[in-house]
Write a protein that binds this ligand. Sequence first.
Ligand code: ITT
Length: 191
Amino acid sequence: MLVTLATSNPHKVEEINTIAKNFDIEFVLPDDNFDPVENGDNFIDNAVCKVLEASKSGKTELYLADDSGLCVEELNNEPGIYSARYAPTPNERIEKLLKNMRGIENRSAKFVCAMVVANKKGEIIYKVQSECKGRIMYERKGSNGFGYDPIFFVEELNKGMAELSQDEKCTVSHRGKALRQVLEWLRNEFC
Ligand code: ITT
């Protein structure tokens, strides 16, 4: 089964392919100029914006979008849906977050991933949101993954997210949990 993955983030593509390797589903990317307006005020609504924009191509029967981000308890769940836009570069985003966390003892945070599936008529046919709980570390650890991974400590594995292999990350991550539900649902509905 072919599914268009409504993203321009190569790290998401890599992780999604790692998780989907045991399912008979191939993900293809939208055209190079794919740049949807994300004007929702929550993760699900932003995933809907992306999936509907992708479905306009009519390239495949099904479309999947991932909208995700990091929510920090003591920062009123920021950067949240603005995670990708918190500062211009990944490095500056981490610096800004560590600066905003100075002097804060409660480091509780979670990664959130919303996934939405649409068909080629632009109908939303499945939605799911999953989380990965952890803490913001005081300094960077590890060099795997992307985004905020170097400063996120994963409760479940007692390790930094950027210290995990791709397979380990996919087992515990917000994206892994959401995608496994999507894949099970696709298998039941369409295979
Ligand atoms: P698309 O919209 O094209 O899918 P994007 O990177 O802009 O790509 P989002 O709007 O969903 O995607 O923003 C997600 C941001 O949240 C991402 O750029 C990272 O900064 C952060 N993020 C999401 N998942 C992450 C993960 O697994 N590890 C580290 N940071 C993550």
